[in-house]
Design a protein around this ligand. Structure first.
Ligand SMILES: Nc1nc2c(CCc3ccccc3)c3nc[nH]c3cc2c(=O)[nH]1
Length: 372
């Protein structure tokens, strides 16, 4: 029995709803902060909860290297380990192997790789990835093992990756079996080729998943090319199940993807950029390192309900960034996650009230043009 996904309103292709899981409900459109190594960098789970996040992401690749799957299970699983009792989604690990571990080999059977930490050898099969995610980490939403083909890709290469991912989807589903308290998502591949994405979607639906991710994007193709794929890719997936766009993105990416029917997002940007002084605000992105903030006593963004945006001046944040103080990384990470949550909350309200088109126009006028 898959998690209930109750869509409460639609506005054009945009949807807003509730994905109900045993550990809590996820309001969609949802932004999911990334907690790569069992922590959303620089924030406590209490601060993450205060931002309004309903779900966090974990990373099988990082956690299987440190602390390791069997140790994590002995410690009670990822929720208990990091004291986060709401839903967790974990990626299957293949994407991170390709982007992080220098040496790796991809065959029909598995991905084999050397740890970027100590060079130790590891093997990830669809079955082992499911076992780590579902049984050792204990995540609530599990991703199939897939191959994310680099961009740009020749059509033949994109087809190979899509077909391997479809065969691994079948093996992932078989390994996952039927579980009531956990969900398994399939991942659509096919790079920027519409007919490959169609084939991928059809094969995933024949297998049957609790939710469907759009993979193979946010790999350097850029905003315009991503939107071209999103003009058709989300609606190839079942309308009554959640659609998760992996690795996306900047605020404008979220608005444009929700407009095209996407429900769930993840991105390391808010915390990574926050640690380097970049803050997103309703009036666009700014970098607090810039000298123009040295004596700016205004708060960062009064509309964002978090201490970083309400209690401090930009001058203080500028100082913390310039001196590379830890508190600067904490406050800007906190602010950016709070901004992404405020953005998705505003989109949910706009869709519920049938005014998302106006919201999108206002957002471009206020946030995008300024940012340019
Ligand atoms: N499995 C998979 N992951 C992707 C990620 C990581 C998302 C992630 C999930 C959970 C934790 C961290 C990262 C991508 N990030 C940018 N583009 C991405 C594409 C894919 C993809 O095609 N497949």
């Amino acid at each position: 029995m898959p998690f209930p996904f109750d869509i409460s309103a639609t506005d054009g292709r945009a949807r807003t709803g509730l994905l109900r899981t045993p550990r809590g409900d996820i309001r969609t459109p949802a932004f999911m902060p990334v907690g790569t190594a069992a922590t959303v960098k620089a924030l406590t789970v209490g601060q993450v909860e205060q931002t309004g996040a309903d779900i966090l992401l974990g990373n099988t690749y990082h956690l299987m290297l440190r602390p390791g799957p069997e140790r994590m299970e002995r410690l009670g699983g990822l929720h208990r380990f990091m004291r986060w009792d709401k839903p967790i989604l974990t990626d299957s690990g293949g994407f991170q192997v390709m982007s992080l571990s220098g040496i790796s080999k991809l065959t029909e059977e598995a991905v084999t790789f050397s740890s970027h930490v100590d060079g130790s050898k590891h093997v990830l099969t669809p079955e082992r990835s499911i076992e780590i995610q579902a049984d050792r980490l204990g995540s609530d939403i599990v991703m199939q093992l897939d191959e994310c083909v680099a961009w740009p890709a020749e059509e033949s290469r994109a087809r190979e990756g899509m077909e391997l991912s479809a065969r691994w989807a079948k093996r992932s589903k078989a390994a996952f079996g039927s579980r009531d308290a956990q969900a398994l998502f399939g991942i659509q591949q096919g790079s920027t080729f519409e007919h490959l994405r169609r084939e991928s979607s059809d094969r995933l639906q024949d297998i049957g998943f609790d939710g469907y991710a759009i993979g193979g994007l946010a790999v350097g193709e850029g905003h315009a090319a991503m939107c071209e794929v999103l003009d058709y890719a989300p609606e190839m997936l079942p309308a009554d199940r959640p659609r998760y766009l992996m690795g996306v993105g900047k605020p404008v990416d979220l608005v444009e993807a929700v407009w095209r029917g996407v429900d769930m997002f993840d991105c390391v940007l808010p915390t990574r950029a926050g640690r380097h002084g970049q803050a997103w605000t309703w009036a666009g992105p700014i970098n607090l390192k810039n000298a123009r903030f040295a004596e700016d006593e205004e708060p960062l963004d009064p509309e964002v309900p978090c201490p970083a945006s309400q209690d401090y001046s930009k001058a203080y944040l500028h100082h913390l960034v310039r001196t590379d103080e830890i508190l600067g990384k904490v406050l800007l990470s906190w602010h950016n996650i709070a901004f992404f949550q405020a953005l998705t909350a505003a989109m949910r309200a706009a869709i519920a009230e049938g005014r998302f088109e106006q919201f999108r126009r206002d957002f471009h006028a206020r946030h995008v043009s300024n940012g340019r």
